[in-house]
Design a protein around this ligand. Structure first.
Ligand code: PEP
Ligand code: MN
Length: 256
């Protein structure tokens, strides 16, 4: 069960060389896998910094069907190859139950994105594997709905769930979403599962990311997710919010 029962130990989720639920885990990487060189550049810098896990979307849930949808299996191949080259575990989003079996061959951790938090067939399919999964909070999901979505995965037998607060939709437009920072300590009280904060999609603002990163760790987040791209102005998705390499390095120096 996702909800804590009496005197239950906190769950730890191991992915390659990192363990969610102990020291903070930092997941960096581009919004989308675009090509080999883009991924190699980011992975190289990340491994120099001693990071152990990289992200990159191969199936992108975009608002418009005319926007870049991701490279699909080719994207997973590129992610896996840089992961092997630089000894980084890999995480990427799957958007449909039919992708789970194939994607499992390329990934160390699945990601379920905000738009699919209640895609119950997807949750069940992942629940039938034993692979770790990062489950992101839905755009308009309450804490209780979020935890019940995780329950679908646990209920099928997969205990390796990490939660991710990524902001919710409110009337406020100063940030892309409204980071519900209080959900972190609340969820830690309600559940034994690790929880991290996505500081990129919650804010959509590079200028406040260092402060938000620090705040997230201060409230007890088990880690952070943050997008990094070698050349954000030409990124095929989320060009305004991805950090460039220098911005990544200064964030790293502040938090890691
Ligand atoms: C992502 O992390 O690539 C993403 C699309 O985020 P979210 O599902 O939180 O919007
Ligand atoms: Mn993105």
């Amino acid at each position: 069960k996702v909800y804590r029962t009496h005197s239950q130990h906190n769950t730890k989720v191991r992915v390659g060389d990192v363990v969610f639920g102990e020291e903070p885990v930092y997941i960096f990487g581009p919004c989308a896998v675009e090509d080999e060189q883009q991924m190699d550049t980011v992975a190289n810098v990340m491994s120099q910094k001693g990071l152990k896990i990289i992200r990159g979307g191969a199936y992108k849930p975009r608002t418009s069907p005319y926007d870049f949808q991701g490279l699909g299996v080719r994207g997973l191949e590129i992610l896996k190859s840089v992961g092997e080259k630089y000894n980084l575990a890999t995480i990427s989003e799957v958007v449909d139950a039919s992708q789970v079996e194939v994607a499992a061959n390329y990934l160390d951790m699945f990601q379920v994105g905000a738009r699919n938090m209640q895609n119950f067939q997807l949750l069940k399919a992942i629940g039938r594997t034993n692979k770790p999964v990062l489950l992101k909070r839905g755009l308009s999901a309450t804490v209780d709905e979020f935890l019940h979505a995780a329950e679908y995965i646990l209920n099928e037998g997969n205990p390796n769930v990490v939660l991710c607060e990524r902001g919710i939709r409110t009337y406020e437009r100063a940030t892309r979403n409204t980071l519900d920072i209080s959900s972190v300590p609340i969820i830690k009280r309600l559940s034994h599962l690790p929880i991290i904060v996505d500081i990129t999609h919650s804010t959509g603002r590079k200028d406040i990311m260092q402060e938000i990163a620090k705040a997230s760790i201060a409230v007890g987040s088990h880690g952070l997710m943050c997008e990094v791209h070698p050349n954000p102005p030409i990124a095929l998705s989320d060009k305004n919010q991805q950090l460039n390499i220098d911005e990544f390095k200064s964030l790293y120096d502040v938090i890691c």
